[in-house]
Each structure stands twice: as C-alpha cells, then as structure tokens.
Design a protein around this ligand. Structure first.
Ligand code: SF4
Length: 321
C-alpha cells in the first residue's frame, strides 16, 4: 500500500458574518465543517460537489492559503499549522496549486518566462543564468514552445494559458498539487488535452493531486478515489469504480443519476432533488441533506450521521447504511 502524503483530520473553516453599526460578529458561514481524508503518494483524489459546497475552501485551507478554524493537516509527516513562516515558505515548494481561471491567475504585465520562473528565483533554487533553460524545459514538458518564453499571457488561448499555470506549479517539482477546477473555464476539446497532460505529468513525476471539480465526468476520468461534498461536509468517499458501481449516499446517487452517459440507448432513472442548497450560514440540523433527501426519516433531522468506513475504504455518512 502506498504511503500517505497528506492527512486532513476534522478540518473546519468558518468565515465570520458581521453586522450592525459596530460590525460585530453575528454568525458564521461554515464553509468547511469537519472534513477528514487522506491522499496517498502518486494518487489523485477527486473532490466533487455543487458550487459553494466548500471544495475550493478545503483545498486552500489545507495549503494554508486560508487559515483553519479547527482541525489538523499533516503533510509529509509535519503538522503544517505548527510550522513557522520560514518553514511554510519551504513547504510551498512541495505543495502547489493550479487555479481555475487561466485568465485572471496570470499577471498580464509579466512575460511567460517571468511568470513560470518567478518562484525558482524567489526560493533561490536556480541561478539567473540557468533560469531560461529550466523554464524552457518546463514549458516543453507542458506542451509549450521555448520561444513562448518572451510572450505575454494575452497572446495565448485559454488552453495555453492553463498550460502556463501548470508549468508555474510544476517548476518547483512539488510532491502535491491542488488542482482547483483546472478545466472548467475551458472548451470541452481543450479540457481533454489538459486532463491528459495532468495525468501524463503525474505518471512521469509521481506527485499527488487533490482534483477539485463540480463535473463528475471529469473527476471520474482523472481520479483514483473520489470524495463527495455537500454543504461543507464530506458525505461519501470511495475508490472510483466502487463509487460509480455502488453509491451509498442519496446525494451521490442523485449526482450520478444526472451525469451524462456516452450511450444514447441507455435510460437512467434521474433523481431530481427538491429545493435549493441551504445556506452554509444556517445549515439544517441533523443530517445536512435531510431537507432534500428522498429517503429522509425522523431521525435524520435530529441526529448527525456518523462518517464511517463501511468496508474496503468506502466511507459514508448516512443513517441508512
Ligand atoms: Fe437522507 Fe437521512 Fe441518509 Fe441524510 S441520513 S442522507 S437525510 S437518509
């Protein structure tokens, strides 16, 4: 069994809601609420769920781009919330992020060479004389030509910009990358190219991904295991094929029933969820899904279901299991 590179335990991230003349704290948005999972070396863990369910906040909190409210994040044996500023700086070389928007995540005033090479100089990992070669090599690996080094982001298409973003994350040779909706701003044909590139790079370099997306088919393509989030909590997590063959949580079943299938003759019983997602500032009591769940019973509105392994690393939180 592969070693665990990242362990997240009972992670919480709440954002204060302020109001009144004195801007007092009057409530909290529970963006991430008691989330636990592990990522193994060389593994891709997909995180899926509707917009606003806390996927991106989870990714950013475990990288310490946002500070946690509670919980523990252990990366490569170190509790990252116990590291000082210098240690966190060092950690940045091992933990990287690919952002969703290839347009706004690149500084329009910097050349591609400056964008991709900036972190190498910042961390003093390369001399100025070697920088050009190192950047050109990384651009090549990401499917860009060395002559692109002098160009600016506006001269590139969306797919090429995302390749620049990937090159920027890769140049430090990280062990772990949070890919936060890396293809959702791209055309479908370009999405496939970027997903294949991410998979190839992982095979060559052996790093791990936390791959965040609202699109189940994209997550299915790239992930080894998949976690499903609803309203700030993980409701189910399992190995990819197990999750698709044997979904246990009613929310996962509803998501799967809505996913497109590449067979026009296949008829699937679509589960339509009633109502909207409740506000994370005021989540429902008991099971957070009970206001929309077709199988909800009395116990569901009062008792929080335990998130437990029901066998073979298949985790679920539902009173029915
Ligand atoms: Fe539905 Fe109850 Fe299970 Fe929640 S605990 S998913 S409400 S059956």
């Amino acid at each position: 069994m592969k070693d665990c590179i990242l362990k997240v335990e009972h992670l919480k991230k709440y954002f204060p809601i302020t109001g009144g003349v004195f801007q007092k704290v009057v409530g909290q948005v529970k963006a991430v609420d008691d989330v636990s999972f592990e990522v193994k070396q060389g593994e891709t863990l997909g995180l899926v769920g509707e917009s606003g369910c806390g996927k991106s906040t989870t990714g950013r909190t475990l990288l310490r781009l946002l500070e946690k409210t509670a919980g523990q994040v252990t990366f490569d044996g170190k509790d990252i919330y116990k590291l000082n500023k210098n240690e966190i700086r060092k950690l940045r070389t091992d933990m990287q992020i690919i952002f969703q928007d290839p347009y706004s995540s690149l500084n329009p005033r910097m050349t591609v060479g400056e964008i991709v090479g900036e972190s190498l100089l910042d961390h003093k990992l390369c001399s100025k004389s070697d920088l050009k070669d190192k950047v050109s090599e990384t651009l090549k690996i990401c499917g860009l030509a060395p002559y692109h080094i002098k160009r600016y982001p506006h001269e590139f298409s969306g797919g090429q910009r995302q390749r620049i973003g990937i090159a920027r994350s890769l140049i430090l040779n990280p062990k772990f990358i949070v890919a936060d909706e890396p293809v959702s701003a791209l055309d479908v044909s370009i999405q496939a190219q970027i997903i294949n590139l991410l998979t190839d790079l992982q095979e060559k370099r052996g790093f791990s991904y936390l791959f965040i997306s609202h699109d189940l088919s994209v997550v299915q393509h790239i992930s080894h295991r998949i976690g499903v989030m609803y309203l700030g909590s993980l409701v189910e997590l399992a190995e990819k094929n197990e999750l698709f063959k044997n979904p246990l949580h009613p929310y996962t079943k509803a998501l799967l029933s809505a996913a497109p299938v590449p067979d026009p003759t296949f008829k699937r019983n679509r589960i339509i969820l009633k109502g909207d997602i409740p506000s994370p500032a005021n989540p429902p009591s008991g099971c957070k899904f009970h206001t929309r769940c077709p199988y909800a019973k009395e116990q569901c509105s009062t008792e929080v279901p335990q998130y437990k392994d029901v066998g073979g690393g298949h985790f679920v939180s539902c009173h029915l299991t």
